[in-house]
Design a binder for this molecule. Structure first.
Ligand SMILES: Cc1ncc(COP(=O)(O)O)c(C=O)c1O
Length: 394
């Protein structure tokens, strides 16, 4: 095609796929590529998972959309399975991660309003990513995403990820703080984990308790089994007031969710928030099916295979300064900061037929399927080692 009518919002790679199956993507000439990215943590149960395909086909032939003006049985059922897995009370269904996060940030404002705060502020983290709507991009740290949009900077206070002292200092410096919003593991910002791991979440929860702030987690990327638990916060001892998710929630079907618990559950009322498409019978049936498939065995597999891939990489390249971080199937292979990683994605794709991504300049991000088979994990490790060797950057 000579001319594209699409807005140039993406630097697209010179490849496109026409079909997918499990951990594999295929080009038009039927060349298989091993997908270690799954649409950026979306198709966790594999491309075209047969039960999900069947659910979509059956529901598309039965009822796609009515309206949230009416009862939607599949939405009730999806809400029940999601809230039980997440340990939350209620859910609002949206269509994307940004929309789910927009709902969370609106909840924080309502919470502040009810407390009589005049200029509410939410504490967010450096290197965070929360989406592209005006409020969520204002919460996002990435300068490239924010540039030129007159972001709502007075509404957020930014602290280093994992830095409790900085949060305590913010509490002293600012009056109208109403919430903290963070990712348990930062996906877009570099696959960052806090120095004390998930204990950081407990420290944040305790601070929220003592200051009467809402404790809000963005699990758009870490949720739905990605880290080996339904939600990554379940590795900690505390529970958020507000929890958002998307990506793996629909295994490729666009859907997002904002969940609430306890004091956050009574903030929205009829008319205070809504969405034409949120929680259609079709989207909800997909969510329900995803949660039927997301068994303890699948999540145990994600942990086992994630550990295997990390171990294989560090066994082979650890002596040359390569380390790993993450949890379950959210894997960061950390190369030395001096390594020039600019060619890795192309080498992996063109020479090794492996789909990967680089985040934070020197971290190879792997987000493979949760139900991957051992021989596929072996191939991811082998193809990535070959890629790094071929780039000659260590
Ligand atoms: C942690 C996190 N929050 C929010 C989003 C935005 O989600 P969406 O692109 O579905 O709006 C993303 C997307 O990468 C994400 O990783």
């Amino acid at each position: 095609m000579s001319q594209s009518y699409l807005m140039p919002t993406y630097n697209r790679q010179p490849i496109s796929f026409v079909r997918g199956q499990g951990s594999w993507l295929y080009t038009a000439d039927d060349t298989p590529y091993l997908d270690a990215l799954t649409g950026i943590a979306v198709c966790g149960l594999g491309h075209c998972q047969p039960d999900i395909t069947r659910a979509i086909q059956e529901q598309a032939a039965t009822l796609v959309h009515t309206s949230n003006l009416y009862g939607i049985d599949w939405q009730e059922r999806a809400g029940e399975s999601l809230c039980i897995a997440a340990g939350m009370d209620n859910v609002f269904f949206a269509n994307s991660g940004a929309e789910a996060n927009e709902a969370a940030l609106k909840l924080a404002r309502l919470f502040a309003h009810n407390k009589g705060l005049k200029r509410p502020k939410v504490i967010v983290m450096e290197k965070s990513f929360h989406g592209r709507t005006l409020l969520t991009v204002s919460a996002t740290a990435n300068p490239k995403a924010r540039e030129g949009f007159f972001t709502l900077d007075d509404d957020f206070i930014r602290v280093p990820f994992g830095d409790v002292a900085a949060i305590e200092q913010a509490a002293k410096d600012h009056e109208d703080i109403c919430a903290i919003f963070l990712e348990p593991i930062q996906g877009e910002g570099g696959l960052n984990t806090a120095a004390n791991g998930f204990d950081f979440l407990d420290e944040v929860a305790a601070l929220c308790d003592s200051h009467d702030w809402l404790y809000m987690l963005d699990e758009v990327q870490t949720g739905n089994g990605r880290t080996g638990k339904p939600f990554a916060y379940q590795y900690s001892q505390s529970k958020p007031d507000v929890l958002t998710t998307a990506k793996g929630l629909g295994n490729g079907f666009p859907v997002g969710a904002c969940m609430v618990r306890g004091r956050a559950a009574s903030l929205f009322s009829a008319g205070s928030h809504g969405s034409t498409y949120g929680g259609t019978p079709l989207a909800s049936r997909v969510v329900h099916t995803v949660y039927e498939l997301l068994t303890g065995d699948v999540m145990a597999n994600a942990v086992r295979e994630g550990d295997f891939i990390r171990q294989a990489l560090t066994d082979e390249l650890g002596a040359q300064g390569v380390s790993s971080r993450g949890a379950g199937m959210m894997i960061g292979i950390v190369l030395p900061e001096t390594a020039d990683c600019s060619a890795l994605v192309d080498i992996a794709r063109d020479e090794q037929k492996l789909i990967i991504n680089i985040t934070g300049n020197h971290v190879v991000r792997l987000l493979p399927t949760l139900n991957i088979q051992r021989n596929e994990s072996e191939q991811i490790a082998e193809r990535l080692i070959n890629t790094i060797r071929s780039a000659n950057i260590l």
